[in-house]
Design a protein around this ligand. Structure first.
Ligand code: PEP
Length: 259
């Protein structure tokens, strides 16, 4: 089964309007055909409308979080319906920085996932273990627990629109990347967990790797059978670095198409 590769940027708490306009102009100017790839950019909420208005159709408009509530007395929250209203297509859920900095639990991640699905947004659920959990041999147990929160909400009808991002916390923003083999091992585990619920669903869902992914290591990571693209933090902040990763995804796509 051919799953379309996805390269998604995550700007985190970076950027401003001028930077986004410049990024889009630069990205466009590389003039690469990204046909056959999915490319997304997740920006802070306030820049979503600008991204939507200024991006070429080839860039999927993404946000970095969503409320677990649909409406009501929840000051400071942004609902899935509001995101959908301003043209958001994709949303990150349960990024490790939210789990750590904002105490997001698996139950909250589940509620956010439900909200995103209900509004037809493409959810990217982030999972991954800390350095300490890996060292203590708990990586698979942690990921299994994180997956369990959403697995029963996944099915053959929504799988093609859903993503799981494996982001080992020790690799995020540290310059340490999981080796392609380490990534594959976990991705295969994730897919097997999903397959224990539904084999067809598990084949359709795309699994992204995130954690210090860059132009120099993307090809190897994307060549792994269960790695269907990447979630890119630091290297998404300049169009040049981000395009370098997209080019590697394209190279991988060309290789599989010609084989
Ligand atoms: C991320 O936080 O989603 C991420 C992958 O960050 P970085 O690429 O900077 O490690």
């Amino acid at each position: 089964m051919m799953r379309k590769l996805m390269v998604a940027g995550n700007w985190k708490l970076h950027g401003n309007q001028a930077m986004l306009r410049q990024w889009l102009a630069d990205f466009d100017a590389f003039d690469e055909s990204l046909k056959g790839l999915d490319v997304a950019l997740c920006v802070p909420y306030v820049y979503v409308p600008l991204l939507k208005a200024a991006a070429a159709d080839s860039i999927i408009t993404g946000a970095q979080d969503v409320s677990a509530h649909d409406t009501g007395a929840h000051t400071g929250e942004v609902s899935a319906k509001m995101l959908q209203d301003v043209g958001t297509q994709l949303v990150l859920i349960g990024h490790s920085e939210r789990r750590q900095d904002h105490g997001e639990s698996d139950d909250l991640v589940r509620a956010k996932f439900q909200q995103a699905l209900a509004q037809g947004l493409m959810p990217v659920v982030c999972v991954g273990e800390s350095q300490q959990q890996r060292e203590q041999g708990e990586a698979f147990a942690v990921i299994e627990r994180q997956l369990k929160a959403v697995i029963d909400l996944l099915n053959v009808d929504n799988a093609a629109q859903c993503f799981i991002a494996y982001e080992p916390i020790w690799a995020i923003g540290t310059g340490l990347t999981a080796s392609a083999e380490q990534a594959q091992e976990v991705h295969q585990f994730i897919r097997s967990q999903l397959a224990s619920k539904d084999v067809t669903m598990a084949r359709q869902i795309r699994l992204l790797y995130g954690g210090s992914c860059k132009g120099s290591n993307a090809f190897e990571l994307f060549s792994m059978p269960d790695v269907d693209g990447g979630l890119i933090g630091g290297a998404s902040l300049t169009a040049e670095d981000f395009m370098a990763i997209c080019q590697q995804a394209k190279k991988q796509l060309n290789k599989t198409q010609s084989s």
